[in-house]
Ligand binder design. Structure first.
Ligand code: ZN
Length: 111
């Protein structure tokens, strides 16, 4: 295997390689926050291979913050929290309606 780690550029060894597919977006976002150009290398890729340790270091919010002091309040976990909270609040009545309909259906099935 002569693949190179996208993050540190060293050769990958089978023992400590992680294939990132579903987490690709996280890496892209980390790269955009760092503005290091890695996002461009990952563009269009369906998976990337990295050292396990490099990926951990790269996507750790505190590590990203150290590289991007301009955007120190924009960690991935906070962004996710902000997306979810208003959605839950605004859809409460819709959820209650669905729950009621489900209960009606449930009683119908078990009457
Ligand atoms: Zn590496």
């Amino acid at each position: 295997m002569d693949d190179l780690c996208l993050i540190c550029g060293d050769p990958l060894q089978a023992a400590d390689v992680v294939v990132v597919t579903r987490g690709l977006q996280t890496l892209v976002e980390a790269s955009l926050t760092r503005n290091d150009g890695l996002a461009a290398k990952m563009e269009g890729a369906s998976s990337v291979r990295l050292h396990t340790i490099c990926r951990k270091k790269y996507t750790r919010p505190s590590s990203i913050k150290a590289h991007a002091s301009m955007q120190d309040n924009d960690t991935p976990s906070e962004a996710m929290h902000e997306e979810q909270a208003p959605h839950l609040r605004s859809s409460t009545s819709e959820f209650d309606l669905k729950k009621r309909l489900y209960l009606l259906w449930y009683r119908g099935q078990h009457a």
